[in-house]
Design a protein around this ligand. Structure first.
Ligand code: 5GP
Ligand code: ZN
Length: 115
């Protein structure tokens, strides 16, 4: 996808602070962190959102989540973290390339949603 900002990051055309890379997955710091630890895990392949994933993507999605714990510990969130996948208009997704936010730090986060 020529104009997708996260595809450009995956191709190395836009710089990012990478924390993990393999053939199918890239992990990198969010440019506007919402907590002391805030990085993203995404497939290098363009999938617009979680709503566009298919059963063919199930392995990759599992590997994304399975990586999150080790990477969160490495990044300074030793005692848990929050994963968020904003999806589509209702989920207020801004960048239309599927990504998992991993957010944490050494102190508990705020509530997931305002009461
Ligand atoms: P969304 O609302 O789509 O779930 O989140 C998009 C996230 O991407 C935001 O947290 C935003 O800070 C981050 N972001 C947007 N552009 C860039 C960029 O060029 N580089 C990095 N590292 N993060 C970005
Ligand atoms: Zn993309």
């Amino acid at each position: 996808m020529d104009n997708c900002i996260f595809c450009k990051i995956a191709r190395g055309e836009i710089p990012s602070k990478k924390i993990y890379e393999d053939e199918e997955i890239l992990g990198f710091h969010d440019i506007n962190p919402q907590a002391p630890v805030h990085f993203m895990l995404m497939p290098k392949k363009h999938i617009a959102s979680l709503a566009d994933a298919t059963m063919e993507d199930a392995g990759m999605l599992g590997r994304l989540l399975a990586l999150s714990g080790r990477l969160a510990r490495e990044q300074g969130s030793p005692d848990g973290y929050r994963t968020i996948i904003n999806t589509g208009r209702i989920g207020r997704q801004d960048v239309m390339h599927l990504h998992v936010h991993v957010i944490g730090g050494s102190e508990p986060l705020g509530r997931m949603l305002p009461k």
